[in-house]
Design a protein around this ligand. Sequence first.
Ligand code: ZN
Length: 289
Amino acid sequence: MLPSTSIDESYRFLFEDADVRGETVVLKHVLDDLLASHAYGAGVRVLLGQFAVSAVMIANNLKFDGKVVLQGRSDGPLSLIMVECSSSGEVRGLARGDLDAPEGPLSEHLPQGILTLTIEPDVGKRYQGIIAVERDELADVLSDYFQQSEQLATKFWLSTRADSAAGLMLQQLPTQLVVEASSRLDQWQTLCALADTMTPHELIDVDTDRLLYQLFNQWQVTRFEPKTVKFACHCSRDRSLNAIRLLPKHEITELFEEQKTVTMDCEMCGSSYHFALNDVNQAEEHTLH
Ligand SMILES: [Zn+2]
C-alpha cells in the first residue's frame, strides 16, 4: 500500500552542506483523474505519468504565480503529449495520436521529436525552451535540457506503473554557496550515486521522509512543507461559448444549420458543453449592453 503521507504531494528539500537541492513527488489520484478522460493505452499512460511528475517537480520551484507546460511533439506515433502544472499544484494534460501505442521509450513515441518547456508567469513575459528528443528516456532529455539551457547539473529519476507515478530530481544550485568550487562536482556525483541506488519500486512506495533518510542519511537534509497536487481543468461553459462566438458569423449559421445543438468537448478533462443557437445569440446580446 502507498503511504498516505506522500500521495499527491510534492516536496522540496535542500542539502545543508552541499550546493544541491531536490524535489520529489508521488502521484496517484491526480494521475487517475488525468488519465480518466481518454482511453489511453499502457504506453501513453506511462508517458503521461512521467510528464506529470516532471512538470510538477519543475513547477514546484517557481518563485512566482504561473504555470509550467511540458510538451512533446513529433510526426511519429504521438503528435502531441503535454502536461501543465501551476505554481499552486494544479495539473492537467493530454496526448494525441496513437493512444494505443505499446510501452516503449520516449524516443519511440516521439521519433525525431521536440520537447518544449514553457514557463508562463501570470504577470510578465513567458519563457520557452526547446530541446530535441535525442535520448531514449524523458529523464535524460530533461537532464540535457537543464544542462544546456541553464548550465545547471540536473538529474531526474522517474518511475511509473499502472496506478501511480513518482519522481525525484536533484539540481545543483546556480551559485557556489556552501562548498569550495573543487568540492562541488564531487558532492554532486556522490549525491547522484546515492540516488542511483534507489529502485523504481522504492521511489513510488516508500514514504518521502523515509526515502530521503534511506538515500541520504549521511547528509543533513532540510525538507520543506509539502504542497498538495491536484487535477484541475479551467475549461468552462463560458469559455467554450466564447470560442464559438469568435467564429465568422456565416460559419456559426452553417454550424447550427447542420445540427440543432453544438457540442464542445474539453480534451483535457472530458467535459462536454452543449449549445443551441439561442445561447450564442443571447451571449451576443449581453455583450452589446
Ligand atoms: Zn476541461
